[in-house]
Design a protein around this ligand. Structure first.
Ligand code: PMP
Length: 407
C-alpha cells in the first residue's frame, strides 16, 4: 500500500486520546479532518488579507479578490471544467442541488415531465427533487438498486425512454460505497437530450474527477469532505446550461443595474452568488486543493482502495456481520457499511466510542435505501488517506470485543 502515514503529522486533531485510547477517526465520509496547511491558510487570511471581495479599490480588497478568484480557477482545473466561469461557490453539495432544483427546475419542468434519480441518493439529492417535481407537476422516478448495491442499468434504460428532463445520480454512495458508472449514465442521457446532475460529495478529493470526461451538465461537491473548511463547496454548471439559468437569490454582487422597477443581472457564476460569500472558506478550499494535489489524487485513490479491501476482508470474517454494498473485489469508495446480528447499530457505535473509535451509525440520510435493504440503520467505517492498516486492526479488535459483550 502506498504509505501515506507520514501525512498524519499534518493533522493536529488526529493526535489525541478519546476515552483514554488513541483516537481512530473512521468518519471522514461525514466530514474529513483538516491539515495544518488549511488551518494556517484561514489564520493567514484573517491576519493579512481580510476584506470584502469585488467591492473595494483598496489594497486588501484587491488582494482578497485576487486570492478568491484564483481559487475558482483552481477548482475548475481540479475537476476538469473548461473554465472558471463554470464554477459557482456554494455552501456545499446540498446548496448545489437546491440551486439547480429551484432555478433550473422552475424554468424547465412542466406537468407530464419526469425527473429520474436513483434509489441510493442522499436525502440532499432526493428531497429537493421531490419539492421541484411537486411544484411543477412533474413526476419523480427512481432507478432501482440491485442486491449487490449497484444500479439496475436495464431499468435505467427503460426509465430514460420516458419523457425525462433530468437525471440526478450520486457518483459514490455514502451508504454503500458503490461507484456508479456516471460517464455511461451521462452518455445515455445526453443521447436523449436529458440534463444530468451528479452528486460528487463522496468523490471529489478521493478519486480523480473530470467533469468533461464524465460529460455531465452539473456536478456538486462539498469542501469539508476533502480537507477544506465547513460551509464551502462548489457547483459546476456547464457554460451553455448556466447561461440559460435565471438568478436564484437576489442581492448585492449578482446585478448589473438596479432601478426601482427592475434589475439586470451579471452573467456567469456571479449571477448565483448574491451577498458576501464565505471568503475565508474559499481560501481554505484553495489550500485544501493545493494539499491534495501535492499528495496526488492517484495515490489517495490507491490508498483508499487498498485500505478498504483490507478492512472488508477482516470485517466479513466476523461472526454475524452483514456487509452492505458491492462485494469485495468490486471497485468502490473508501467505506464499509455493515450490521452486526448481536447489537443495534447505535449500541455498537456507542461501544466503539468508549474505545476511542469514531464510527457512524444510523440511516446516513438515505432512508429509502435502508428500507430497500431492510436495515433500520448500519454502522459505517469510512477512510481517508490519513488512516492506516493498524487503525483497521484496532477497529476489528474493538468489534470483536463488542461481539463478546453483546452476545
Ligand atoms: N451527497 C452525499 C453522497 C453525501 O455523502 C453528503 C454528505 N453526507 C451530501 C450529499 C450532502 O453534503 P453536505 O451536507 O456537505 O451538503
Amino acid at each position: 500500500m502506498s504509505d501515506l502515514s507520514h501525512l498524519r503529522a499534518d493533522f493536529p486533531i488526529l493526535h489525541q486520546q478519546v476515552a483514554g485510547h488513541p483516537l481512530v477517526y473512521f468518519d471522514s465520509a461525514a466530514s474529513s479532518q483538516k491539515p495544518r496547511q488549511v488551518i494556517d491558510s484561514l489564520v493567514h487570511y484573517y491576519e493579512h488579507d481580510n476584506a470584502n471581495v469585488h467591492r473595494g479599490l483598496h489594497e486588501l480588497s484587491n488582494r482578497s479578490t485576487t486570492n478568491f478568484e484564483n481559487v475558482r480557477k483552481k477548482v475548475a482545473s481540479f475537476i476538469g471544467a473548461a473554465s472558471d466561469e463554470e464554477i459557482i461557490f456554494t455552501r456545499g453539495t446540498t446548496e448545489g442541488v437546491n440551486l439547480v432544483a429551484n432555478v433550473w427546475a422552475n424554468q424547465f419542468l412542466k406537468p407530464g415531465d419526469e425527473v429520474v434519480i436513483t434509489g441510493m441518493e442522499h436525502h440532499s439529492n432526493l428531497v429537493p427533487w421531490q419539492l421541484a417535481t411537486q411544484r411543477s407537476g412533474a413526476t419523480l422516478k427512481y432507478v432501482p438498486v440491485l442486491d449487490d448495491g449497484t444500479l439496475d442499468m436495464a431499468a435505467l434504460d427503460e426509465l430514460l425512454a420516458g419523457p425525462v428532463k433530468l437525471i440526478a445520480c450520486v457518483h459514490i454512495s455514502n451508504s454503500l460505497g458503490t461507484k456508479n458508472p456516471v460517464q455511461e449514465i451521462c452518455a445515455k442521457a445526453k443521447a436523449r437530450g436529458i440534463t444530468t446532475f451528479i452528486d460528487g460529495a463522496q468523490a471529489v478529493g478521493h478519486v480523480p474527477v473530470n467533469v468533461r470526461e464524465i460529460g455531465c451538465d452539473f456536478y456538486a461537491f462539498s469542501g469539508h469532505k476533502m480537507c477544506a473548511p465547513t460551509g464551502i463547496g462548489a457547483l459546476y454548471a456547464r457554460a451553455e446550461v448556466m447561461d440559460q439559468m435565471q438568478p436564484w437569490h437576489g442581492g448585492g454582487e449578482m446585478i448589473e443595474t438596479v432601478t426601482m422597477e427592475r434589475s439586470t443581472y451579471k452573467s456567469g457564476p456571479a449571477r448565483f452568488e448574491a451577498g458576501t460569500p464565505d471568503i475565508a472558506g474559499v481560501i481554505g478550499l484553495g489550500a485544501a486543493i493545493d494539499y491534495l494535489e501535492r499528495v496526488g489524487l492517484e495515490a489517495i485513490q490507491e490508498h483508499g482502495r487498498e485500505l478498504t479491501t483490507y478492512a472488508l476482508e477482516k470485517l466479513v470474517a466476523l461472526p454475524g456481520l452483514r456487509l452492505l454494498g458491492p462485494p469485495i473485489g468490486v471497485d468502490r469508495g473508501s467505506l464499509a457499511a455493515f450490521t452486526l446480528a448481536c447489537a443495534h447499530t447505535h449500541d455498537l457505535v456507542e461501544f466503539a466510542n468508549t474505545q476511542g473509535l469514531a464510527l457512524r451509525g444510523g440511516h446516513h440520510c438515505t432512508q429509502p435505501l435502508m428500507k430497500r435493504f431492510k436495515a433500520p440503520g448500519t454502522s459505517r467505517a469510512s477512510f481517508y488517506f490519513y488512516n492506516t492498516k493498524a487503525e483497521v486492526d484496532r477497529m476489528i479488535d474493538i468489534l470483536q470485543q463488542a461481539i463478546a459483550f453483546f452476545s
